[in-house]
Design a protein around this ligand. Structure first.
Ligand code: NAD
Length: 295
């Protein structure tokens, strides 16, 4: 079965739209600010997608763009202003930043209650101990794809290929919290196949086309392909040899149309949750009430 991330994202966005309307009744319009610097063409496409998605469900959004030679002070000052702006409930910094900027320092300057990407140290720490405030969007997308496809995680063998701070590591922790037995593989892993073959659920986020071939996957496994790679002929592919693996897997996500559309959707969801927490009146079902517990 092919897991259709596009269709799932559309359904979730329709639900989010209702939550936005309910918030309007309480006098609140959720707002997302995107901070970006430099001329990275991929970043421009990603930011445009995020802004478009905000518009589709009625979120306010703004882009704060800086030239490639911007100094840290200017970016930090802008984030300080956004932290204090009541119209803004979520702030993200589009990565990568130009190399001369200290990305970590800039991420840490975001007020953690507005850190809807979940990259602030506070939010990373909360996730580690299972008190997640804002689940990072790509791992959250994978978790939601599994849940909405009716795939149980508890007690299953999960292998995550890729150990980055934005995808592999937080995802492994989130699935561990759901009761999976998790192995994390990375570039230094010897004989990747000896791990992948054991996976009931295999998640691949390495950024290498055709890294996962048919023989590396157990018959009946669930395969989630997070990778996005542009081939020299212009085609967009994941990290999995889709045709070969599809013949063995019980479920598989395509690229494009799998994890990608869900990632942007999760960003909308986190921004909504931040606004719901702040809104006056009764909390809605689905609001991230647990945010308050971390105050
Ligand atoms: P990254 O470069 O920060 O990390 C890649 C990880 O994969 C590292 O831990 C590395 O050790 C591991 N790796 C690389 N080559 C490997 C190999 N041959 N064998 C085993 N492990 C290997 O990348 P990232 O930011 O985590 O992104 C990973 C991929 O996911 C990229 O293709 C990226 O474009 C994609 N991505 C997609 C989405 C989405 O929404 N679909 C979001 C974020 C990232």
């Amino acid at each position: 079965m092919i897991i259709d991330g596009k269709e799932m994202a559309a359904r979730l966005r329709a639900e989010y739209k209702l939550r936005v309307e309910a918030l309007a009744g309480r006098g609140v319009r959720p707002g997302l600010a995107v901070v970006m610097a430099g001329d990275n063409p991929a970043s421009k496409v990603y930011v445009a997608n995020k802004i478009k998605a905000c518009g589709q469900i009625g979120l306010h959004s703004e882009v704060h763009e800086f030239p490639s030679d911007v100094v840290s002070k200017a970016v930090l000052a802008r984030i300080r202003r956004l932290n204090a702006d009541p119209a803004i409930h979520g702030i993200i910094v589009q990565l990568p930043l130009p190399a001369h900027l200290d990305a970590r320092r800039i991420l840490e300057s975001i007020e953690w209650k507005k850190d809807v990407d979940g990259f602030h140290h506070y939010n990373v720490g909360a996730l580690v101990i299972g008190n997640t405030v804002f689940p990072p969007c790509t791992p959250y997308a994978v978790q939601t794809l599994l849940a909405h496809s009716g795939i149980p995680v508890e007690g299953r063998n999960v292998v995550v290929v890729g150990a980055s701070n934005v995808v592999g590591k937080p995802l492994a922790l989130m699935l561990l919290a759901e009761g999976a037995t998790v192995a994390i593989c990375h570039i230094k892993t010897r004989d990747l196949a000896q791990f992948t073959i054991l996976a009931d659920i295999l998640v691949v986020a390495a950024g290498k086309p055709n890294l996962i071939t048919g023989p590396m996957v157990r018959t009946g496994a669930v395969v989630i392909d997070v990778g996005i790679n542009r081939l020299p002929d212009g085609r967009l592919v994941g990290d999995v040899d889709f045709e070969a693996v599809r013949a063995k897997a019980s479920h598989i996500t395509p690229v494009p149309g799998g994890v990608g559309p869900m990632t942007v959707t999760m960003l909308l969801g986190n921004t909504l949750s931040a606004a719901e927490r702040d809104a006056p009146g009764e909390a809605l079902a689905g609001a991230v009430a647990r945010i308050g517990e971390n105050d």
